[in-house]
Design a protein. Structure first.
Length: 191
């Protein structure tokens, strides 16, 4: 809408260089700026992120706060409910923000809008694929701690540069290869 107003103004006003500079300056002042940043490792597996209106990076992983979360078609309670999630702590990605609403993407690629009060910043993960082995140390030659089936949800405690993540499932802690879970970006390092 703002761009349309600027273009309309340009069509009806004198096209001097000075008026173009003034209009461009006003447009830059009222247009929200999105700052890009690179996160991840320096090994080439970097995720490009931008800073959203909340001041937090987009995209980012969060988890469901509640055991029942409505995903809506748009950012508001007047939009129809598309899905009802019934998995507390399920990891999802926030890919966009509008006021108090967050556009999320789940592990299957489904997108929709959820109120921010239904989300928490605590990182979680979900086992993907088949039965996965969680190890005592971040290497497949270490002692197996437990095996977990696909769909099991746990806490994501840290991920290292070698693509191993420390997880906790029902008070059992160990290491899992990043390719065996949903909830962390390739090359993302945190603790």
């Amino acid at each position: 809408m703002t761009l349309w107003l600027v273009l309309s103004f340009l069509k009806t006003r004198v096209h001097s260089t000075l008026s173009l500079v003034v209009i461009a300056s006003c447009f830059l002042l009222i247009t929200p700026h999105v700052k890009a940043q690179t996160v991840g490792t320096t090994t080439g597996d970097q995720v490009q992120r931008k800073i959203g209106p909340s001041g937090l990076p987009l995209p980012r992983f969060v988890s469901f706060r509640s055991g029942k979360v409505n995903m809506r078609a748009g950012p508001g309670s007047r939009y129809p409910i598309q899905w009802i999630y019934q998995r507390r702590r399920l990891p999802v990605e926030i890919i966009d923000e509008f006021d108090t609403w967050r556009q999320i993407r789940d592990w299957q690629g489904t997108t929709g809008w959820v109120h921010q009060s239904m989300l928490k910043g605590q990182r979680s993960m979900m086992i993907t694929g088949t039965v996965r082995t969680i190890y005592d140390d971040p290497e497949t030659t270490s002692r197996p701690v437990v095996q977990a089936e696909a769909g099991v949800i746990g806490e994501l405690e840290s991920c290292n540069i070698e693509d191993w993540c420390q997880v906790e499932i029902n008070d059992i802690s160990g290491w899992l290869q990043r390719s065996s879970l949903y909830g962390s970006y390739k090359g993302e390092v945190f603790d």
